[in-house]
Ligand binder design. Sequence first.
Ligand code: PHE
Length: 444
Amino acid sequence: MFSSLQNSKSLNSFQVLSTETPSNPYPHVTHNETFTIEGISYKLDDQTNVSPSILSKLSRKLHLQPHHPLYILRTQIEQHFPHFSYFNTFNPIVTVQKNFDDLGFPKDHPGRSKTDSYYINKQIMLRTHTSAHQLEVFSKMNTKFLISGDVYRRDEIDSSHYPIFHQMEGAQIFNIQNIEQEISKDKKYLISLNSRKIPLRDNSEVNDDTIISTNNPIQSCHPIEQVNFAIKHLKFSLNSLIKKLFINHDENLKIRWIDAYFPFTCPSWEMEIFFKGKWLEICGCGIVDQNILNKAGQSDKIGWAFGLGLERIAMVLFDIPDIRLFWSQDERFLDQFTDFNDNKIIKFLPFSKFPPCIKDISFWLNDQNFHENNFCEIIRNNAEDLVEDVKLIDDFVHPKTKKRSLCYRINYRSMDRTVTNDEINKIQERVREDIEEKLNVTLR
Ligand code: PHE
């Protein structure tokens, strides 16, 4: 079953009509300046911080590109929830109201800040999560659905962080009066209860010592027995999904549940998987805040929601070592996953690793406003996907002047060719000029 609530405008091509060049992502916006994106014009204002290089990626839609690892993973997740409605084409340009206000984010929540999120203007932004569509989908009386899409967050730079990634939102709600009977229609769930083990994969370990307590309480409007059914069903749905996805994975699978906080679920948890020596967060979830269901006109329901990060899971499943590879247009990457019979998981065979080009940059801060995300954004704007990693290697305060100095090591490397020192020097020069101009720092 496929349904879409999106209006008919597609976002295939982006025309950014701005007087700014890509290297100037924070224009001093004067009255009446606009961006035109797919024929819709947006007024810029002093909240604008979205850069042309980010906007140029809005049309890629990797989760809809057949044979792409994110497409394969999305369809496998959909197969695990066969009777759900799927929404895969919602516009990533959303109102701040949808992304934050409708979900009960407090006005001072750090996620709202310009250093963390991309704004087109004060009212319009790039969604930071697929939860931005929860209220609208619940309001159309849906009771079980999946939403997939690209989401945008300003962040640091390394092999598992990229300012765009993909999420899949899942939710299922039940009649409060009838939840036990409704859940008992889920045969897979019943089997798991009876055998006390999910018969999908034996070499996996699920660790869950979370408990309901005042730190992570149930909502006062929820009857305990009913909410417990919903919690068990949520945990079953996610544990069985992950076990199924990893069924052919060679290593033992370790999953753990930890308490979490989200403004729009209560209680809330995160699910992590153990990979290459560390716990990777792959999912946030919880019991849907009743205010959202009430606003949506479904006050007689109770249920759960989750948000899965697709890149993290795909990196483990397909053995993809660097998150930039998902954006690669190189046939040596894309052709590896083409399997015409089935959306099978095929391990990535890395093509040779090309040599890095390492540059350091140090500067004095002239005020307290320096934020690493702004610095990383400038590097991305100039280097695009040639930047692999940015690390702070020195941070010191001059004993006399009390001025603070930072030194960063930027690791430039292409995933498909050898970069020349000359081209990287040119990029580095532009980065130096930009940070001096935009971040109020003095280069050393
Ligand atoms: N939207 C949350 C995030 O991006 C994840 C989440 C989804 C949490 C649904 C709870 C319920 O981190």
